[in-house]
Design a protein around this ligand. Sequence first.
Ligand code: IPM
Ligand code: MG
Length: 372
Amino acid sequence: MPKYKVAWLPGDGVGIDVMDAVKIVLDKLKLDAEYIHGDIGWEFWKSEANPLPDRTVDLLNNTDCALFGAITSLPKQEAEAALIPELQGKGKVYASPIVRLRQEFNLRTNLRPCKAYPGNPLNYKEGIDIVVFRENTEDLYSGVEFHPFPDEVRETIKKHNPKIARFDHHPADEVAVSLRINTKTGCTNIITDAFEYAKKFNRKSVTVVEKPNVIRETSGLMVRTAREVAKKYPGIELWETNIDAMCMWLVKNPMDYSVLVTSNMFGDIVSDLCAQLVGGLGFACSGNIGDKLAVFEPTHGSAPKYAGQNKVNPIAMFLSAKMMLDWLGEADMGERLEKAIAEVIAEGKVRTYDMGGSNTSLEVAEAVAAKV
Ligand code: IPM
Ligand code: MG
């Protein structure tokens, strides 16, 4: 019996292309795994009104981890219109399957390394090496939203916080409310993960990225918790930066930063910024990590216009596979893979279009496989 069971979730569009590419590399590495296909994505929304069918949830309950390609999603009305006629008009609402996976499996840590591999022509500056820890289940992603805004909710809030009276003259259907819900446990977990990482990999600082001067309660909770947790790690400095200033500093002095830790929404934003500093979506890898399950994915979308053309850069997928190997405890294999990727980038002979080349995803895969 193979040592690991890996759920194989290509999803939509170029997700399928980059998964084909990473398979070449994993086979060459001879990872002792069984890869089990799982249905996920737009096709299953259209035909079943569920982009994450129960059978896929069951599969994930019985695997060690998952590799995930990409997903197509469209706004509410377009999604409804795409359903097969039998399913239309039944009030089905599209929910992002990756957000559901993160919440239903409590994949509470979103780890996003952003490293400038030497020789990558897309690097903003050489030497950038930032790791973003994004809380992955709470915050503005909690899904507790109202539109129209029910009167009884409004009145209840007024009893606790009169500031809401400022919106009284706006009728219910002209008010939309999304709750930012952060918990002490959520803050403690993500900040502890960031500090543990800094300790393990000898990083000198952890920067908590929030906005406590304005968003006093939720951002305040993160920063207060960071101060508490930091006390347990005397060798590592805690820096505090506001999200807006952080974006400026990252563009100005990206080399100053090492480990960033932040809440879900700010993490979504700042991790795209960091990814662009090291080559953009073709290099943006991630791991959604829980206690029992982890799902590794490139953070790019399904890019429908490139679907099936084997055109997009598969390196983000390869780096996500490297994270998976590390998580499985196959650190040697992970290191071999990363070295092979770094060599292919440095040599510059095999490159996809985003890097100025004309090679296919599969040719990049062959080049990396030849070096592992
Ligand atoms: C990401 C993506 C997702 C997110 C989308 C696809 C729901 O942008 O992983 O960063 O917002 O978290
Ligand atoms: Mg994002």
